[in-house]
Design a protein around this ligand. Structure first.
Ligand code: NAD
Length: 515
């Protein structure tokens, strides 16, 4: 690793030398404690030559890695997992220092990431291994198989809000599928990215460099996209996804985009309102609302709307942001996000919304106390744009049909939740939602099930991480046919008489007409 400064939590911070451009000449950038703004450490702004070296090294290692039988890759990835589990305290310290999230939240994030890594390691052989497929009548003399092969080197560009769990959805799955990975963590969480790669190198030293980390901001990310990687997996905002996709288009590099959300929760008349209120408060305020699939909108049927609001406010009013052990959540990690949250709250109130808890006065950067807004106009930014802060809008709807219509009327479609009297009714509502993942009678239930694919559509991006789809995302299928015997009528030879071909065509046509 090439970072030159301390780990968060130690001393000796060099003078801040903020750098905004990619150079190979030793420029560095600072990573700050979001609660105090104090620099935590400095990291190199890595540029084209460092990225080229990291990609080359990962590619060389990936050649050997992909040649291993799946069982041996699995054994090594489980070593990586064990190393990460053993380093949990150290990595959680770094996550907590860089993001400002409570230490226990960082631990929970790591546990979820370990579950993802475990699933990817243990299922790659089964999901990607060679399998036979039926040949059909015309090719009955062939044996046909398909195998999913690694792409080579995957460029992973990560966000800061879940700096282990989120990238692991790409890093762990790309490695399990037999690829090398060059990972550019967010410029807000470089130390976390480096810690992941250090764990890999410690656990699997013979493949050191297979998982490489490059540090820097947007320009480093763009340089990575331009450096001949075989796929790019970005988790970030839709604006960044558009820029990265445009660069990928130049070289036809495949692209996977996990972007933001504006997740809705639907609450029906027969729902357990205490459970719904608990879940809404946790889903909206946890991690200071900085969760891609966090709760941002609630649609409750009119009969229960007032009671639900009361329960939400009752639970939210006792929570406070901060840095101490009693803080429910931390500061806004990215200072500029406070401005977005403020604009959403201000415009909602100006548009006629009522603040059931808090308001503009809840903002005291970098902290934002809980805000519960009611009757928010549907065209207000608080309902249409990702807020990414500890606020929630709770609107009344006439019935489930209106709730579904409003939930779907977003340019985002990532996650959603339904609170209702029965699981079966909830599943029926889920089937009507555009969201890529839906939890019934819980929030973010899908995030803890590694076998479930995760991803969205519209401004939430495209492609899937996690589960079998998440492994397939980092592979290309190769189809193989092996001729078992000569066909009675060879359709791929100029020497076969036209009359014989005509008989086969007529027979096949009759069969297709029958079913
Ligand atoms: P961001 O888009 O600002 O940055 C994401 C990453 O992209 C960073 O590493 C950044 O340095 C890099 N980047 C920025 N511009 C780039 C460019 N032009 N070329 C290449 N790389 C570039 O997002 P963020 O603020 O780090 O993360 C928050 C966003 O991520 C939110 O919208 C959130 O909803 C989303 N998110 C989505 C998921 C998901 O799984 N769908 C998970 C977590 C976060």
């Amino acid at each position: 690793m090439t970072h030159t400064t301390r780990r968060p939590g130690t001393t000796e911070v060099p003078e801040s030398t903020e750098a905004s451009e990619v150079t190979d000449t030793g420029a560095t950038f600072a990573c700050h404690d979001p609660a105090t703004g104090e620099p935590l450490a400095h990291y190199p702004v890595q540029g084209p030559s460092e990225i080229a070296a990291a990609v080359d090294r990962a590619r060389a290692a990936a050649g050997r890695w992909s040649a291993l039988p799946a069982s041996r890759r699995r054994a090594r990835l489980l070593s990586f997992k064990r190393e990460l589990a053993a380093s949990l305290d150290r990595v959680a310290d770094t996550v907590s220092a860089e993001t400002g999230k409570p230490r226990q939240d960082a631990e929970l994030e790591l546990l979820l990431a370990l579950g993802q890594l475990d699933w990817a390691a243990c299922n790659a052989g089964r999901v990607l291994g060679r399998r036979r497929v039926r040949t059909g009548l015309v090719a009955a003399n062939q044996a046909a198989t398909v195998v999913h092969r690694p792409l080579g080197v995957v460029g992973v560009i990560g966000p800061w809000n879940y700096p282990v769990y989120t990238p692991m959805g790409s890093v762990g799955y790309a490695l399990a599928a037999g690829n090398g990975v060059v990972f550019k963590p967010s410029e807000y969480t470089p130390g976390t990215g480096i810690a992941l790669a250090e764990c890999f190198d410690a656990a699997v030293p013979e493949f050191a460099g297979l998982l490489a980390v490059v540090t820097g901001g947007a320009a480093t990310g763009e340089a990575l996209v331009r450096h001949g990687v075989d796929k790019v997996a970005l988790t970030g905002s839709p604006g960044t996804a558009r820029k990265v996709m445009a660069v990928c288009a130049e070289s036809l590099t495949p692209f996977l985009a996990e972007c933001g959300g504006k997740d809705a929760v639907i609450v029906t008349a027969d729902a357990d309102l205490d459970a719904a209120a608990d879940a809404v408060v946790w889903g909206a305020l946890g991690n200071a609302g900085q969760t891609c699939a966090g709760v941002e909108r609630v649609y409750a049927v009119r009969e229960v709307h007032a009671a639900l609001c009361e329960k939400i406010v009752e639970r939210a009013r006792v929570l406070r942001p901060g840095t101490g052990a009693d803080a429910a959540y931390g500061p806004m990690t990215m200072p500029s996000q406070t401005t977005v949250v403020e604009r959403h709250v201000r415009e909602a109130l100006a548009g006629g919304a009522r603040a059931a808890l808090g308001g503009v006065e809840s903002l005291s950067a970098p902290f934002v106390a809980p805000v519960v807004l009611v009757d928010v106009p549907e065209d207000s930014p608080a309902m249409t744009e990702e807020t990414f802060g500890p606020t929630v809008a709770v609107n009344a709807v006439a019935d489930v049909d209106e709730a579904v219509r409003r939930a779907n009327a977003s340019r985002y479609a990532l996650g959603a939740a339904v609170f209702t009297g029965s699981g079966r009714a909830g599943a029926a509502i889920a089937a009507r939602l555009r969201a890529g993942a839906v939890s019934v009678n819980s929030v973010l239930g899908f995030a803890a099930v590694p076998a479930l694919p995760f991803g969205g559509s519209g401004d939430s991006g495209f492609g899937r991480v996690h589960g079998a789809d998440g492994l397939l995302a980092f592979t290309a299928p190769q189809s193989v046919t092996v001729r078992r015997f000569a066909a009675p009528v060879d359709l791929t030879s100029f020497r076969t008489p036209a009359a014989a071909k005509a008989r086969v065509i007529a027979l096949a046509r009759r069969l297709h007409q029958r079913r």
